[in-house]
Each structure stands twice: as C-alpha cells, then as structure tokens.
Ligand binder design. Structure first.
Ligand SMILES: Nc1ncnc2c1ncn2[C@@H]1O[C@H](COP(=O)(O)OP(=O)(O)OP(=O)(O)O)[C@@H](O)[C@H]1O
Ligand SMILES: [Mg+2]
Length: 500
C-alpha cells in the first residue's frame, strides 16, 4: 500500500477496517481511509472490486459486517438509508431513486425530510427549490414530470434532493457512465462547485481521466482489498491501471479485419421512419462493423430498435440477406438471425434470478427447459470464456446474475451470444460500466465475431470506441443519417456532423 496521505482538517468521514461478506465470501475487507470536508474522493477498481458495495455501506443500503464508519470522529451504526440520510450522506446510484410519474419539485422534497422542521409549505418548497437551483446553477422546470427528463437532468434532480435533505457527503456510483460528453462536463462542474462549498464527494468511475481531472485523492480497491489511498496528483491513468489490475494492460491495438469486396449485404434498411427516426437508410455487409455516432437523442438506439422490430415503423423497409421482412417483430427478426444487446441490461437483457451460465445458454436453448442445462460443446466453452472474463473465483456459475457487479453483468450479456453467433449483431453501448481490462476483451470479442462473418452495428456514446471498432461510421442527427465516414475517420469531422 502506498504512503497514506494526511489530512489538513478533521475528517468528516472515516472508515476503520470495514468489511463485508456474502455467503462466506469476503467481497470487502480491512478498508480504512479518511475523507476531509469538501474533498472529492475517487474510488477506483476493476469490475467486482467492491466499489458499489462500499458506497452501499455508506448509503445504509447494506450493513458492513466488520469495522466502523465514523462521522466527525464518532463511530456510527448505519443500518438503513434513513440512518445515512440522518448523518448527511446521500447515495446516488445508476438506477436513480426517483418517482417517474411525479414532478421534479415533488421528487426533490419527497420523503418529507425538508418538512422535519414543520414549516414546509408548497410555497416554501418552491422558494427552497429556486435557491438550491441557483446555488448549483441548475436550470430545471419544477413542474416537469421526471419521466420526461433526459438522464442528465434526472441526475440533477437526485442531487437537488440530496441537497434539500442537507447532505454533506454525496456518494455517486458511476454517475457519468450513461451521460453524453456535454452532460458529463456539466456534472463534473457541478461537483466541483459543491465541493468548493464544502460538500464532500465520493465518486466511482471507470473513466480514469475523468477521475484524475476532478478528484483530490483516490482510493484503489482490488478484489475487495484496499490497494492505495493517495493524492490524485501523484497519478496518471497508466499508474492507476497498474494499481487496479496489478499488471500492465494491453492497449486496444487491433483494428477490424479487412472486408473482402465480395462480402454480401446482410441487412438493408430503406427509409425507416417512426416518431423517433426519419428516413433512415443503411446497409451492413457480412463481417462488417458499422458504427452509429451522434449525440444522445439523435436516434442511434432508436435505429437499432427499429431494425430489431422492437419499435414499430410507420414507413420503410428492412431486408435480411435480400429477403424483405414484412411487419417486423422481435420474434421474426430473431428468426432471421438478428440479435440486440440493449442499452439497459436490467430492463431487457438478462434474467436476473438465473445464474450467468443459465443466461448464457438461454438464447441457444430455445424451447428447452432452463434448469437442467447440459453443459457441452459450444455452451461449455462459451460459459468458460465468459467465466474467465467475469470472475476469477468462478462464482458466476452459481450466483444469480442479479448479484454480480454492474460491469460483470454487462459481460454476461455478451456471453449469451457466443454460443450461437447471430447473423446480424446490434450492440448498444457494449462497454458501459465495464473496466478497462474487460473493455479490451469485449472489443476483441466483437472483432472476432465480425471476422467470423457476423455483420455488426454498434452504438456507443464514446466516440473513441465507435472509431476503434468500425469499418464505416454513420452519423445521426435529430433522427436522420447526416454523414458517412469510412475508417479511419477524423474525430473532428464526426463531431461537427453530429452537432451542426
Ligand atoms: N447480493 C450479493 N450477493 C452475493 N455477492 C454479491 C452481492 N452483491 C455484490 N456481490 C459481489 O461482491 C463483489 C463486489 O461487487 P461490487 O458491486 O461492489 O463491485 P464493483 O466494484 O462495484 O464492480 P463494477 O465496476 O462492475 O460495478 C462482486 O464479486 C459481486 O459479485
Ligand atoms: Mg459497481
């Protein structure tokens, strides 16, 4: 462990030997560090290292089974979110804890925390709301329904809710994973403002540059153990990766395999139109990786969903290997060899109660019973390959997918398609929440599938990822295809096509 840094002021929060086990397996042990008021503390580690577990302990969502958490030097029992909130700690997870069918204002003051003093009235709430917005520079419509907000704005509502409760420690679990570049910048700026006013921030992120750009100090976890707590200024992304992984990580050096001129078109869409996209035409050939770039809301995911039959189209045509598909439904598209890895794994991708092995076997099982999987041939090797990526202890064979860390769930999602590679693979955000080593694995997996003949369409809010993987890039803007670039494409060209 590196030299511990000493704090100039009394820590607002201290962890002393904190540990947690599940079913006798220790996922966190001996965690001890202090955080000063107004400090931004980055929490780093590979998928499954224990970051979310630590934040959940601070947020009172789960209870530590060893060690102590101290506020202002006083050991404190955190056995519910209520306890944590009472001590001024708010946890903002990726799955936001908002009520979608209520307004922004209602959500901010939900739970009655601001009413504790007994003088809250709608007018007082509204005044307080305006004050808070002004303090942190948010521009939110108090009467908008939360369901109608883009993710970046919904996150702002969570932050306001925490501030309205008087939180002095904000814990954020991968807050930028699903944000676009501009939204990310805005969030980081808000966090800096809050810290400057004395709010303490603990932030988990897989984007190392982002952490280096914002954190005062960082703690690195590896496999449940604390590897270092040090000043961020002492580090570069390379040195952080070495701490996280314990070895050098290969850079993303591979490029897509060259595409033979003879490669036939597998998927062709003409004039796809619905309420989200307008006249989208594209084709992708056997073995080709087509990237879709564009801002959040530009119609990239909606294009994938329309191709997959998940969203209805009001005009346009899709054909697979030259054969038109009449009235596309998901079932029909799957029968034609299409597969979609959706943006949100929780909602659409995985059966959370089932083990990873079962989830992997699902698409190839068809009508067969899931309980008694015959692990042989392709299934067995696919499960092994995913196990190797997901978890060194191999617990994925027995643990329900729902208990895996966020990044490991994302890997399991991919494992599903290794058994029977699809003809056309539509992938929305392939590496969201995935650590830097696993990202290389997932990229290689996509490149391998394409090299073996699968036609791929990939959407990612990380432009670098689209550029690294694609043979060709289409840029969408306001639901239309506005530009096309062969690889290697120029970053600036893509950006200006996406924005203008
Ligand atoms: N309810 C649970 N039951 C069993 N194991 C669990 C449970 N919750 C978490 N774990 C295990 O604890 C370990 C740490 O998980 P955690 O979610 O804290 O990782 P993480 O660092 O946040 O990873 P990621 O970057 O993928 O989000 C993982 O091995 C995970 O499978
Ligand atoms: Mg996590």
């Amino acid at each position: 462990m590196g030299k511990p840094t000493t704090l100039a002021s009394t820590p607002v929060l201290a962890l002393d030997g904190v540990g947690k086990s599940y079913n006798g397996i220790s996922v966190l042990r001996g965690i001890s560090f202090e955080i000063a008021p107004g400090e931004i503390h980055g929490l780093l580690g590979e998928n499954g290292a224990g970051k979310s577990t630590l934040l959940k302990i601070l947020g009172g969502a789960i209870t530590a089974d060893a060690g102590a958490v101290l506020f202002d030097g006083v050991p404190t029992r955190l056995s519910s979110p209520r306890d944590s909130i009472a001590h001024g700690v708010s946890l903002i997870s990726q799955e936001l804890a908002l009520v979608p069918q209520r307004t922004v204002l209602e959500n901010v003051f939900l739970g009655g925390w601001a009413n504790a003093a007994g003088f809250a009235t709608p007018a007082a709430d509204r005044r307080r709301f305006d004050e808070l917005c002004a303090e942190v520079g948010f521009d939110l419509d108090p009467h908008a329904l939360v369901a109608s907000l883009p993710l970046g704005k919904a996150q702002q509502v969570e932050i306001l809710k925490a501030l309205a409760r008087g939180s002095r420690v904000l814990c954020l679990d991968e807050p930028t994973a699903a944000l676009a570049e501009a939204e990310t910048e805005q969030l980081l700026e808000v966090l800096r403002t809050l810290a400057a006013r004395g709010t303490t921030i603990v932030i988990v992120s897989h984007f190392l540059e982002e952490v280096l750009g914002i954190a005062d100090r960082i703690t690195v976890l590896r496999d449940g153990a604390q590897i270092a707590t040090e000043d961020a200024s002492a580090h570069t992304s390379d040195s952080l990766v070495r701490l996280m992984v314990g070895r050098e990580v290969a850079a993303l050096s591979r490029t897509p395999a060259p595409l033979p001129d003879s490669a036939p078109v597998v998927l062709k869409a003409e004039g796809l139109t619905n309420d989200r996209i307008l006249d989208v035409s594209l084709e992708v050939r056997r073995g080709e990786i087509l990237g879709l770039a564009g801002l959040v809301g530009s119609g990239r995911s909606e294009t994938l969903r329309a191709l997959f039959g998940a969203d209805r189209i009001s005009a346009g045509r899709v054909s697979v290997s030259g054969v038109p598909v009449r009235r596309a439904t998901i079932r029909r598209m799957i029968d034609r060899g299409l597969a979609l890895v959706p943006e949100s794994r929780k909602d659409e991708g995985l059966v959370l109660r089932r083990t990873t092995a079962e989830n992997i076997a699902l698409p190839s099982l068809g009508g067969r019973q899931i309980g008694g999987i015959v692990r042989q041939g392709a299934e067995a090797s696919a499960v092994d390959r995913v196990v190797a990526m997901v978890d060194v202890r191999g617990s994925v064979r027995h643990v329900p997918v729902g208990a895996l860390s966020g990044g490991n769930q994302q890997k399991a999602l991919f494992g599903k398609w290794l058994v029977t590679p699809p003809e056309v693979f539509l992938i929305d955000e392939p590496t969201r929440g995935v650590d830097i080593g696993a990202k290389v694995n997932i990229h290689n997996l996509i490149l391998d599938l394409a090299a073996a003949g699968t036609a791929v369409i990939v959407v990612s809010s990380e432009l670098e990822e689209v550029m690294a993987l694609s043979h060709r890039i289409l840029v969408l803007r306001a639901g239309r295809v506005v530009a096309e670039f062969p690889s290697p494409a120029d970053r600036e060209d893509i950006m200006s096509a996406a924005f203008l």
